[in-house]
Ligand binder design. Structure first.
Ligand code: AMO
Length: 440
């Protein structure tokens, strides 16, 4: 079967624009065949485009014989164009249907399909990811990525309105900011370079020029572990600001979350319904617990942990039970649990000005005040077993006038996962990269 040409046909409406009050209008629609019900003299075709689904009703009585035969050849996921009349009919799914006058078959789909793109027959995550493009056509997947889009739009809007400049830092770098173990090496001509784990060093340098910056981009961690909340490539929203400290950037974090939740509640009700998700109402300021308070909470719940230890996954799980369905902060961390760039408290060196922003048991963001004195930074690097010479390009910017500053990095994928109550990060990432998945 030869495919038809697009020719001069152009879309007049998306499916969601077809309402009963268009009764009698002539329209041109494009999309995919979602379902066909062939009852002999009567065929129903559900046409799906990016906005929704509309029923096309074909009868031998009201449809040209050639068009009728062509429609009979359709199968799910064929790409078609339809020229036809809008007909108001109370029994049709949205009180309206299309009576086709002409049809174009623009592309075919091979059968059997590897999964059901209506999502009614559930498939395992690996089957879904292997046929990700088809899986993304399911209503649930579409809803996730529309909401994700709104989360990113609100983030850009809020950070832009608060005077942050959007930056793009390099992905090919010479030194690790977040610990050497999770670096991916890259052959860079005669040298070995690495994929960036975060924009940390660059965003800190850039506040000595632009004062307030942010970046939304992909970063890389060579983590071996295969978990539901780690990927080897993830999207981070990074913020950095001059002349502020940890408390100021925590406030920015909670304001951002407040606006994100408000916007998706207002703009994505259809998608939230599809996913069966209710957006929690939050009140600012969000709850803040110190690291020491959290250790006490864990001990009170019979969890064995010593002051000074980092919070392991099992510890976070217990915290998730305590702080069920809530966003909260943990601050005042022991200095030794935090990276070299985090500022120790001047009055109490064993504590530092760091925070984590959590939802239930998941860490969404970490950040804090930064070391801004070059000698202290050199000491902190040494304390963590790092060679300051490898950071010479970074350290030299501290001798050009480096203001006090603070910032954070928020895992976008984890945030979407938390807000939409999904239990696997892969669900909310278009093409996830993990220890065993490099394709598609
Ligand atoms: P951190 O290493 O805690 O801090 O990362 C910040 C946030 O990024 C997300 N994240 C990940 N998401 C998915 N898969 C991963 N493998 C992964 N690793 C991290 C998490 C995490 O909270 N430079 C600091 C931030 C700062 O201080 O500004 C940093 O990178 O949601």
């Amino acid at each position: 079967m030869m495919n038809d040409d697009l020719g001069t046909w152009r879309r007049t409406h998306y499916t969601n624009m077809i309402t009963p009050n268009l009764d009698g209008a002539k329209v041109t629609l494009f999309g995919w065949v979602q379902e066909i019900r062939d009852l002999g003299n009567l065929i129903f075709v559900n046409l799906r485009d990016k906005e929704g689904v509309i029923q096309i009703t074909v009868t031998t009585k009201n449809t040209d014989a050639e068009v009728f035969e062509k429609i009979r050849k359709l199968a799910r996921e064929f790409v078609i164009g339809v020229n036809g009349l809008v007909k108001k009919r109370d029994e049709a799914p949205r009180g309206v249907e299309i009576l086709p006058q002409e049809i174009k078959i623009l592309a075919l789909a091979n059968h059997p399909l590897p999964l059901d793109p209506t999502g009614r027959v559930p498939a395992e995550i690996d089957v879904r990811l292997d046929a990700r493009i088809l899986d993304l056509r399911c209503p649930e997947s579409q809803a996730i990525f529309k909401i994700r889009h709104e989360i990113v739009s609100t983030t850009r809007r809020v950070l832009s309105e608060t005077g942050h400049l959007e930056i793009h830092t390099p992905r090919i770098i010479a030194a690790a900011a977040e610990g050497g173990a999770s670096l991916f090496p890259v052959e860079y001509f005669e040298e070995t370079a690495y994929l960036a784990q975060s924009p940390e060093l660059y965003k800190e340098e850039l506040i000595s020029v632009f004062e307030k910056v942010y970046e939304i981009g992909g970063f890389f961690r060579a983590e071996e572990s295969h978990t539901r909340r780690h990927l080897n490539e993830f999207i981070s929203v990074d913020v950095e600001e001059a002349f502020v400290n940890v408390n100021d950037v925590m406030r920015l974090q909670e304001e951002l979350i407040f606006h994100i939740l408000k916007d998706i509640k207002n703009k994505c009700s259809l998608q939230l319904d599809t996913l069966g998700v209710k957006i929690p109402t939050i009140e600012l300021p969000l709850k803040r617990y110190t690291y020491s308070q959290v250790i006490d909470q864990l001990k009170n719940n019979d969890f064995k942990i010593e002051w000074g230890e980092d919070l392991s996954t099992p510890a976070c799980r217990v915290l998730g039970d305590i702080h069920h369905k809530e966003f909260y902060f943990i601050d005042e961390w022991p200095t030794k649990t935090r990276p070299f760039y985090i500022k120790p408290r001047s009055d109490k060196n064993e504590l530092c000005e760091a925070f984590d922003f959590m939802y239930e048991w998941i860490e969404i963001t970490s950040g804090g005040s930064r070391v801004d004195d070059p000698n202290q930074l050199i000491n902190r690097l040494r304390e963590q077993g790092l060679n300051p010479e490898n950071f010479d390009f970074h350290l030299k910017t501290y001798y050009y006038g480096m203001p006090p500053h603070a910032g954070w990095g928020m895992g976008l994928d984890r945030l979407v996962m938390a807000i939409l109550d999904r239990d696997n990060i892969r669900d909310v990432v278009l093409f996830p990269r993990d220890r065993v998945r490099l394709k598609p």
